[in-house]
Design a protein around this ligand. Structure first.
Ligand code: ATP
Ligand code: LTN
Length: 331
């Protein structure tokens, strides 16, 4: 069975972008792949997190993974901070990447541009890809399913793995990013030229999975659409409606072609109303299951078991790395 690995940061309330671009695909992959999924809480520290809020976001994220259908019997689910090897390998790999490579990462460039002038940019944002490289390379995954915005980081992990293998000897598998063809970049509903992002200041264009259902439906109804009234897929000239078509396609299981056919000759209003209903029904299912999970104690047990499994794999790989690079002096 091929192996997949991915992570999500507990940096804010989980959005429809995270759900469509990451969580929902993970659930569909679990039948055919060995999955390793973690909460990237070390990564969340690159931006200040209110401790109480971080704790809540972390719990929410785990419960949402499970509520969306991830099966802990088949998937290794854990907190990144429970497996110290991530930080340790991150250090070694950070010594193998260049400042130039890190400066070319668009996520760093975007976040640096957005950061407030007088506060400076935390070094964590710059160094972050090294930790992400370690997250990936510790487990030898074949694929790393991520949204479009993370492709560059996975490619860097591949380059660093190759560099290490050539400098020492074959140690890491070269991972491949896996980007959903539809839904890899869900756009903001009010500004469909920007990615829907949980750490943005405005929330009008962003749907949160745990928001009251009627609030999310309203956001769909007031999503910015384009001039003209026809419904067809054309991200360049009709970014608003194309974004809604992608969301609808993923939630309904229908192809974009089928949806274009179904809504031929109909206006934006009817289309949005149906999409709002489909979204509402999916969110309701997730929220019901989430509420059940949050009232029990299963989450702690699942995380303990996940951490133990992940530690076993990570320790083995780190020990191998440390032997190869000469850190270990025992034979
Ligand atoms: P931030 O906005 O704080 O950077 P984020 O939501 O982009 O947060 P993560 O929580 O780490 O960052 O993202 C988890 C996963 O969700 C990643 O695989 C990412 O590519 C995917 N993702 C995030 N936003 C979107 C989006 N708008 N469309 C599709 N996938 C997305
Ligand atoms: N950088 C990612 C989150 C992340 C990740 C990973 C994804 C951290 N480590 C390893 C895949 C594999 C983000 O910002 N969305």
């Amino acid at each position: 069975m091929k192996r997949m690995l991915s992570g999500i940061k507990p940096t804010g309330r989980v959005t429809l972008g995270n759900y469509i671009g990451a969580i929902k695909p993970f659930v569909s992959f679990q039948d055919d792949y060995e999955m390793i999924i973690f909460i990237a809480n070390l990564h969340s520290m690159t931006i200040y997190q209110e401790p109480k809020v971080l704790r809540q976001n972390t719990k929410d994220l785990i419960a949402l993974y499970l509520a969306a259908g991830l099966d802990p019997e088949r998937v290794t689910l854990f907190l990144q901070s429970d497996v110290m090897e991530h930080a340790q390998l991150g250090w070694y790999l950070g010594c193998m990447v260049t400042m130039g490579e890190l400066s070319r990462m668009t996520q760093y460039k975007d976040k640096a541009a957005k950061s407030k002038k007088n506060e400076g940019i935390g070094a964590g944002i710059f160094n972050y890809p090294s930790l992400m490289n370690a997250d990936i390379l510790l487990y030898d995954p074949d694929y790393v399913p991520v949204g479009e915005d993370q492709k560059q980081h996975v490619e860097l992990a591949r380059d660093i793995a190759d560099r290490f293998n050539k400098r020492y000897s074959d140690t890491f598998k070269l991972p491949e990013p896996l980007i959903p063809r539809v839904g890899g970049r869900v756009m903001d509903l009010q500004d469909p030229t920007r990615k829907m992002s949980k750490s943005d200041d405005t929330s009008k264009g962003c749907i949160y999975i745990l928001d009251p259902i009627n609030v999310s439906k309203k956001k769909i109804m007031s999503a910015k659409t384009d001039s003209g009234s026809e419904i067809y897929f054309d991200p360049e000239n009709k970014p608003g409606i194309s974004n809604l078509l992608e969301i609808y396609s993923i939630l309904s299981g229908k192809t974009i072609k089928e949806l274009e056919e179904q809504y031929k000759g109909m206006g934006y209003g009817a289309f949005k109303k149906d999409l709002a209903e489909v979204l509402g029904a999916e969110l309701q299912k997730i929220q019901d299951r989430y509420n059940e999970l949050m009232s029990g104690h299963v989450i702690d047990d699942i995380l303990n078991e996940g951490a133990q499994k992940a530690q076993r794999m990570a320790r083995k790989k780190l020990a191998k790395v440390e032997r190869k690079i000469g850190i270990t002096i025992k034979k």
